[in-house]
Ligand binder design. Structure first.
Ligand code: EPZ
Length: 430
């Protein structure tokens, strides 16, 4: 199993190209199920989660071609994927694949909308909380679906004549339920309105692609999305949105080590909440077009409290990385996690490199220390792995991060990108 070795203490300097967003690419791939014409995705990141979903779609009979394009010297560029759901042979998504990654569950909406039925295993994914699927089920029921739960599968059947438009008000904001119901509604009869919908940029990116395929969606990116169902969708070519979580993670890595890093090919408007918090902590972050230059010149970081929120608030997917950053800040930082109830597994690993963090329910209090010291640590989930990398980059001596497969789910060539900026980092394979 691969590990990553870092010898900390070097300030990062250089440029890092931001890849396409994992959390945009995954729902976009499932959208290909809605049409018998090809969907071409560009700027696709090379990640295991993308491959896992590709395998699941291929199991359903999806034609799936991945053109691995060369990356620029700075890591820029992405792959090109061609998806064709002209010959779907199965509407059953197996436990074996869905249990590996929660986003696979999102095939439920497009399958039931286009084929009138779907049998999808209940999901797995990162162990960051209970993560139920009640909102998906209630939403589809409102659209006329009959839903059964049997042997760990959700079995959905659309009414004769297809799904019906409905007004669906969600009691809480869910990114995945918004993706799923929005996709389902594109082929429903009549108008669907999703109230209290997720406003995440990845939802807007999916809606842009669906509209280019012929859907009639208004309001994506706001909390009320109106979808007028159409009879059929067609193919298109879509460029995947840059990854705001990768952007924020490298911004925090740069801030942690001092030095100066320019993040290129990103969408600074999607990461404003994190930049605001980082500036309050004493980090300089300058935005110019699609670039962000992050700099910290020697002065100590200041503690800044953070509460994770749905977009446009501070993202839960950057909570672990920000906690790593605050381990070296002056003063105490209170970090409140409101989205997932079990997303503090990185706390005990950060303690292994010398962080001083106490846990109180949904709050972590980080008592800033003067320095961290390298140690062997274990990645527990995707974003926690990034937090350990950030800590390792600043820790004195050697940090070995085990279970790197978590990292490969969501960060393309992390050791190459950091290495280009002067980090002493390498992957150990055995
Ligand atoms: C998406 O997960 C992301 N995954 C997550 O990123 C991200 O952390 C999360 O949104 C929140 O921003 C992808 O985009 C692939 P939710 P999702 O439904 O859609 C509860 C990463 O590291 N809920 O918005 O699964 C749920 O338990 C990953 O890249 C219900 O109660 O998240 C959670 O507490 C991890 N019932 C909250 O809503 C439901 O039916 C928000 O979850 C659905 C969700």
């Amino acid at each position: 199993m691969d590990r990553i070795r870092i010898v900390g203490g070097r300030p990062l300097r250089g440029r890092i190209a931001i890849s396409g967003a994992k959390n945009a690419a995954l729902p976009l791939m499932t959208a290909a199920l809605l049409t018998d014409e090809p969907l071409i995705l560009e700027n696709v990141p090379r990640l295991t989660d993308v491959r896992t979903l590709g395998r699941l779609l291929a199991e359903l009979g999806m034609g799936f071609d991945m053109e691995e394009l060369p990356r620029g010297a700075d890591g820029s560029g992405g792959d090109r994927m061609r998806l064709s759901a002209a010959n779907i042979t199965s509407t059953t998504a197996s436990y074996e694949l869905v249990s590996k990654m929660r986003a696979s569950f999102w095939v439920l909406g497009p399958l039931v909308a286009r084929f009138g039925e779907a049998k999808v295993s209940l999901p797995g994914g990162c162990a960051i909380g209970a993560r139920p699927v009640d909102l998906y089920i209630k939403g589809l029921e409102k659209m006329g679906c009959e839903i059964d739960l049997a042997e760990g599968y959700v079995i959905a059947r659309a009414p004769k004549g297809g799904l019906k438009g409905a007004v669906i008000r969600s009691p809480l904001v869910s990114v995945g339920a918004t993706h799923t119901l929005m996709m389902a509604a594109t082929l429903a009869n009549g108008v669907t309105v999703l109230e209290n919908a997720a406003r995440e940029p990845e939802v807007a990116d999916l809606a842009d692609c669906l509209n280019a395929m012929g859907a009639k969606i208004e309001g994506a990116g706001t909390s009320s999305i109106r979808i007028e169902g159409v009879k059929k969708l067609g193919g298109t070519t879509h460029h995947v949105l840059p990854d705001r979580i990768e952007t924020g993670s490298y911004a925090m890595a740069a801030a942690m080590t001092g030095g100066e890093v320019t993040l290129t090919g990103t969408r600074p408007d999607t990461i404003e909440a994190a930049l605001t918090v980082m500036r309050a902590a004493g980090v300089e972050a300058r935005v110019k077009g699609d670039e962000i230059t992050v700099r910290r010149n020697g002065s100590r970081l200041q503690a800044v409290d953070v509460v994770t929120q749905v977009y446009p608030g501070f993202p839960t997917d950057l909570q672990a990385q920000f906690m790593a950053l605050m381990t070296l800040a002056e003063g105490d930082t209170e970090i409140t996690e409101t989205i997932f109830e079990n997303r503090f597994m990185h706390v005990q690993e950060l303690a292994r490199v010398g962080a001083n963090i106490s846990l109180h329910g949904d709050k972590a209090i980080v008592h800033g220390v003067e320095k961290l010291k390298g140690a062997p640590v274990m990645a527990s989930d995707l974003r926690a792995s990034a937090a350990l990398i950030i800590a390792g980059l600043a820790a004195e001596g050697e940090t070995i991060i085990n279970r790197v497969y978590h990292l490969d789910r969501g960060f393309e060539r992390i050791e190459d990108k950091l290495g280009l900026c002067g980090a002493d980092i390498q992957r150990l394979s055995n």
